[in-house]
Structure formats: C-alpha cells, structure tokens
Design a protein around this ligand. Sequence first.
Ligand SMILES: *[C@@H]1O[C@H](CO)[C@@H](O)[C@H](O)[C@H]1NC(C)=O
Length: 264
Amino acid sequence: MLGITVLTALLACASSCGVPSFPPSLSARVVGGETAQPHSWPWQISLQYLENNRWWHTCGGTLIASNFVLTAAHCISSNQIYRVALGKHNLEVEDEEGSLIVDVDTIYVHKNWSYDLAINDIALIKLAEHVELSDTIQVACLPEKDSLLPNDYPCYVTGWGRLWTNGPIADELQQGLQRVVDHDTCSSSDWWGTTVQKTMVCAGGDGVISACSGDSGGPLNCQLENGCWVVFGIVSFGSPWGCNTFKKPVVYTRVSAYIDWINE
Ligand SMILES: *[C@@H]1O[C@H](CO)[C@@H](O)[C@H](O)[C@H]1NC(C)=O
C-alpha cells in the first residue's frame, strides 16, 4: 500500500519538478557533510563570476523554471559578470557530461534586501535562454505559499562550499542533513533572538550533528510527503562563531514567504 502511494506521488510530479532521475543517497550518517550521489540534486546550479579571464564559483542557486534560478541577494554584486553552470557534479571537471553553461539575461534582487539586517536575502536570475531539462538538469518545486515545516523536519543543504567549519572545500557537490528549527525556538533569546524574522527559516544548529551551510544562495531541499523535493530555503547566513555552534543554526530565506514576489 505504501509502495503504491509513494509511486503515485512520484508519478504525480515527475513531469514537472522536484523528482531527480538519480535519487539522492540519504544515509543515516549525519556528521558534517558527505559527497552527493552525482546529479541527485539536478536543480543545484553554480553561480560563477569572471575575474582575470577565469570563471570562479561564488554561490549556489536553484533552477526553478527552465529559464529562472533562485539565489541569495547577498551573492549578487552589481559590477560583476555572471554565468550559471547547470548539471554539474565536480566543478573542477570541464565539459562534464550532462552539464551546461548559460549566460545571464537579467538579475532581479529583492528591492527591500538589506545587507545590515540580512532581510529579503533573495534574488532571481533570468537565464539568457531556456535550458533543456534532462536527467542531469531539472527544476525544483517551490513550496506552497506561506507553508511551514514542523520542528525537526529533515531537510538537506547542498553546495560546493565548506560543509563544516574549516572543512575542506569541495570539488564535488556535498550534501548535509539540516533539521528544521521552528521560529519560536530559533527566535528565542538564547538562539538567534530577534535577528531571525518570520521570513526566514532555521535548520541545523544542535551543535553536534548539524552540517554547516553549504554555499550561500543554494537550496535547503525538503522532500514533502508526496515525494517531491521543494526548495524550502535559500542559504543566507550562519554564525560567526562557526558552523556547528550550538543554538546557532544556519538561517535560510524562507522561500514560501516570497511566492508572490517570485511569481511577479
Ligand atoms: C518594500 O518595502 C516597502 C515599505 O515597507 C513596501 O511597501 C513594499 O511592498 C516592499 N516591497 C516588496 C517587494 O516587498
């Protein structure tokens, strides 16, 4: 019965979003991060900028439509030239099979983004072309408007950055379990206090088993009961005292608070 339910759910969203061709390996191992199954997060992109005739990875992001990428506002600097790499697993391998480099048409940074308050840390990148979806390039689902996930809900952060304090910088895409910390807990005074707004979501931060932020701008991937993966958060900021700091989980922009903005 359960098998049939799951299969139906998978079929229900397979054609649109949030179902990878190569399922992620969600092991019970939760210390730090681990290398992802290649192409199991096919909506993960690498945002790259040009400097000294070379392209450098700067942030993660999420493909949410065939020509739109969601990332963090703090990833965008107005005087840089960007491009987006899709379908990547190892950033050091050029011309990786199934990967694609696309130019940027326009970047929309939330107009009320505040660096000082870290609020509205969200930006949309319109790609110069519609990309062809494939086994290695797919779109993530958006969460339902204003939806929340319960405390402790298991989600996964993915990125090419350090997955724990002073950890190695990864060439291969990393993933780390991040359990949701609800707003009441995260905004209490011994956690993040008033720094954390309702437009944000905290995940991780028990100081023991939590992974750290992947790359800024990248997704907090949460699998809903229907089997589809949604980009529930965008990596925004973490603790200056280190990624595994007790009661200082990584703070994400809560995508469900920005559905109207995204659709606009
Ligand atoms: C930005 O803030 C202003 C003033 O609070 C508000 O009226 C406006 O709706 C906000 N814009 C967005 C896109 O949220």
